[in-house]
Write a protein that binds this ligand. Structure first.
Ligand code: NOJ
Length: 599
C-alpha cells in the first residue's frame, strides 16, 4: 500500500541536497507562538478547524473540493488563527458514507488528489504553523476494503476473524440475526453474508463492517496505519466512533428505551430505540487507546495529538478517556457543552465548570458543530422552541455568543468550516435532492447531514468561489452566498469573520484568555452567562454573554475571586453596545457580549 511516487519525491529531494527531515521531524506538529511556557503542548488552548474536504475548495472544477483547494486557502486559515486542520477522511473510498467507508488506509482518494498533493499540503501548512490532523476510522472499514473481502471469502482465511462474524439465531426454523442490535443508520446492525453463511455486524451502513478489535492482528494493522501517517507529517488523529470499538462478548440484547407509554420508543428510521449499553463505551476500549498512544508517541516524538469523537453521558465518562495515568487521549471531544442546544445559562455554567474542575487539570476540547450536526444557527428557535435554521433576526448576535463561549473559555476550541462567516444549515427541500443516505432512508423525519455540508461561501462570484463546476457542485450552493461570504465579510469590520479573528487573536495573545483559570460569576443569574479568566499573575478578564433576546445589565463584584480592581478596558463587545465604566454596570443588548480586562 506504500506510495512509490512519494518515496521517489523524497529520494530526489535528498539527492538534490535538500534537507531531508528525520521521521520525528516530519511528524512535528506546528509550534504556534504561545505566550505560555514552551513546554506547553502545541494543542493546549489551540484552535482546531474542521474541514469537510468535499466542500471547502474545488481546484479542478469537478464540483468536489480537494487537497490542492485546501492548500490554496492556507493563508486565509493562517490569518484566521487556526493551529491545526482536521480533515475528514480523504482516503480511497466507495464514498457510501462520504469517506467514512475506507477501502485503503494508506493512500489518497483520486477525487481529492494525490499523495504528492497531500505532502505539499502538509509542508505548506507547516510553513504557516498549521498542523494536519487526519481522521482515523478504526471501528470499521468499507466492505470494499481488501481486508473485508478476504475476511468474507471463507471461514478459514487468515483474516477470517478480523470482523464481527456471528452464526444466525434459529427461531422456529427461521434464520434470525444474533440479537436486537440496531445500526445507528437504521435497521438491524447484522447483515447476512451468503458466502460465509454468517452475519456480520455493522454499527453504521451495511457497507461499513465493524472490525474485531479483540484480534491483536487488527490492532497491529491499524497502529501501522497510524505510524504511516505520522511519518508523512500528520500532527494527530481524530478518532472516529472511538467509543464503539467493542461490543458485548455475550451478544446480549440491548434493553429498549421506553417512552411515556412504557413501550419502546421508535426512532426516525422506524426502529425500536435501544440503550447501547452493550455496544458503546465498553471498558476494553481503554487498552486500545493506551496502545495507540504509545505507538503514536513512539512514532511522533510526543507531538501527535489524539482527539476522540466522544459523545458521552457525563463528565466522569469523559474524564476516563484521558486515561487513568494520562496515557490515552489528549483531547476527547467534550460534547456536553456545545450540544446543550439551547441557551440555558445554568446548564452552560454547570457543564463548563465541570470541564474546568472535573477533568483533573486535563484540557477540554469544546465543539459546537461538525459535519454530522446542524450548524450553530440551530441555537435560533421558533415559537415552539424548535431550531430555526437560517438568518433570523438575531443570527449574528447569537453567533457572537457561541463564538465567545467557544474561544473565551479555558479550552482547546474546535470549529467547523464556515462557522466564522455564519454559514447556516441548509437542508435539502426535497427528498430527491438528498445525498446523504441516512436522509434518504429517514426522510422526512431525518433529512440527513447535507444541510451542514454545503460548499464554503468564499465570494459572490460564480459557485461562490468554491468551484467552477456550475450547477454540478456535489451539493448545491446555498443562495445566501451572494451576501454571506468571506469577501463581503472581509470588507465589514463588524462581520462575524472579524469577530472570530479578534476572538482567536485574544485567545492566543491575552494571557488571561489564553491560559487563565475559568471561574463562574453571578451564579444565580439565569439570563446572563458570565465568567472570569484569571492567571496566577493576577491578569483578569471578565466575559458576559446575554443568553436572552431582552437587554440586560450586569454587575460584578470580584472580591471573592481575589480581584480588588473595578476598572475595565474593553477588549471586545457587540457592535453598538455602550462602553462600561466599571465592573459595577455592564449593559448588554439582546444576545449581547462583553469582554473586558479588569484593571
Ligand atoms: C462519525 C462520523 O463523523 C460520521 O460522519 C460517520 O458517518 C460515522 N462516524 C461513521 O463513520
Amino acid at each position: 500500500m506504500k506510495d512509490f511516487a512519494s518515496l521517489l519525491l523524497l529520494l530526489s529531494a535528498f539527492l538534490c541536497g535538500a534537507e531531508l527531515q528525520t521521521q520525528a521531524q516530519q511528524a512535528a506538529a506546528p509550534a504556534p507562538s504561545s505566550p505560555a511556557s514552551t513546554s506547553t503542548p502545541w494543542w493546549k488552548n489551540a484552535v482546531i478547524y474542521e474541514i469537510y474536504p468535499r466542500s471547502f475548495q474545488d481546484s479542478n472544477g469537478d464540483g468536489i473540493g480537494d487537497l490542492n483547494g485546501i492548500t490554496s486557502r492556507l493563508d486565509y486559515l493562517q490569518k484566521l488563527g487556526v493551529d491545526a486542520i482536521w480533515l475528514t477522511p480523504i482516503y480511497p473510498s466507495p464514498q457510501v458514507d462520504f469517506g467514512y467507508d475506507i477501502s485503503n488506509y494508506e493512500a489518497i482518494d483520486a477525487q481529492y488528489g494525490t499523495m504528492a498533493d497531500f505532502d505539499r499540503l502538509v509542508a505548506e501548512a507547516r510553513k504557516r504553523n498549521i498542523g494536519i490532523i487526519m481522521d482515523l476510522v478504526l471501528n470499521h472499514t468499507s466492505d470494499k476494503d481488501p481486508w473485508f473481502e478476504q475476511s468474507a471469502s471463507s471461514r478459514t482465511n487468515p483474516k477470517a476473524d478480523w470482523y464481527m462474524w456471528r452464526d444466525p439465531k434459529m427461531v422456529d426454523g427461521q434464520r434470525q440475526p444474533p440479537n436486537n442490535w440496531i445500526s445507528d443508520f437504521g435497521g438491524s446492525a447484522w447483515q447476512w453474508d451468503p458466502a460465509r453463511r454468517q452475519y456480520y455486524y455493522h454499527e453504521f451502513y451495511v457497507q461499513q463492517p465493524d472490525l474485531n478489535w479483540s484480534n491483536p492482528q487488527v490492532r497491529q494493522a491499524m497502529f501501522d496505519v497510524a505510524r504511516f501517517w505520522i511519518h508523512r507529517g500528520a500532527a494527530g488523529f481524530r478518532l472516529d466512533a472511538i467509543t464503539s470499538l467493542f461490543e458485548d462478548p455475550q451478544d446480549r440484547d440491548e434493553p429498549y428505551v421506553l417512552g411515556p407509554d412504557g413501550q419502546p420508543r421508535i426512532d426516525a428510521y422506524g426502529d425500536k430505540e435501544v440503550t447501547n449499553i452493550y455496544t458503546d463505551n465498553l471498558p476494553e476500549e481503554h487498552d486500545v487507546l493506551r496502545e495507540l498512544r504509545q505507538a503514536s508517541e513512539a512514532a511522533g516524538a510526543h507531538r501527535v495529538v489524539l482527539i476522540g469523537e466522544t459523545y458521552l453521558r457525563s463528565i466522569n465518562d469523559l474524564r476516563k478517556m484521558y486515561g487513568a495515568n494520562n496515557d490515552e487521549l489528549q483531547l476527547p471531544m467534550d460534547m456536553q457543552v456545545g450540544f446543550i442546544n439551547r441557551f440555558d445559562v445554568a446548564l452552560f455554567r454547570q457543564r463548563i465548570d465541570e470541564a474546568e474542575t472535573g477533568l483533573d487539570g486535563d484540557e477540554p476540547l469544546f465543539v459546537f458543530d461538525n459535519h454530522d450536526n446542524p450548524r450553530w444557527d440551530r441555537y435560533q428557535k421558533d415559537a415552539a422552541g424548535a431550531p430555526a435554521f437560517g438568518y433570523g433576526p438575531h443570527h449574528d448576535d447569537i453567533g457572537r455568543v457561541i463564538a465567545t463561549v467557544l474561544f473565551a473559555s479555558h479550552d482547546t476550541a474546535m470549529m467547523y468550516y464556515g462557522d466564522e462567516i455564519g454559514m447556516v444549515t441548509t437542508p435539502p427541500a426535497r427528498k430527491a435532492d438528498v445525498r446523504d443516505p441516512i436522509g434518504i432512508k429517514g426522510w422526512p423525519k431525518e433529512k440527513g447531514r447535507d444541510g451542514e455540508r454545503t460548499p464554503m461561501q468564499w465570494n459572490a462570484g460564480p459557485d461562490a468561489g468554491f468551484s467552477s463546476a456550475g450547477v454540478n457542485t456535489w451539493l448545491p450552493i446555498p443562495a445566501s452566498y451572494k451576501t454571506s461570504n468571506v469577501a463581503a465579510e472581509e470588507r465589514d469590520p463588524e462581520s462575524m469573520l472579524h469577530w472570530y479573528r479578534q476572538l482567536i487573536a485574544l485567545k492566543k495573545n491575552d494571557p488571561a484568555l489564553h491560559e487563565g483559570e475559568e471561574i463562574m460569576l453571578n451564579t444565580a443569574d439565569d439570563h446572563v452567562f458570565s465568567w472570569l479568566r484569571k492567571t496566577a499573575n493576577g491578569e483578569a478578564v471578565i466575559v458576559a454573554c446575554n443568553f436572552t433576546a431582552q437587554p440586560q445589565t450586569v454587575s460584578f463584584d470580584l472580591s471573592a475571586q481575589g480581584v480588588s480592581r473595578t476598572g475595565l478596558k474593553t477588549l471586545m463587545k457587540t457592535p453598538g453596545a455602550p462602553e462600561p465604566h466599571s465592573i459595577a454596570s455592564v449593559e448588554l443588548g439582546p444576545y449581547g457580549v462583553y469582554i473586558g480586562q479588569v484593571r
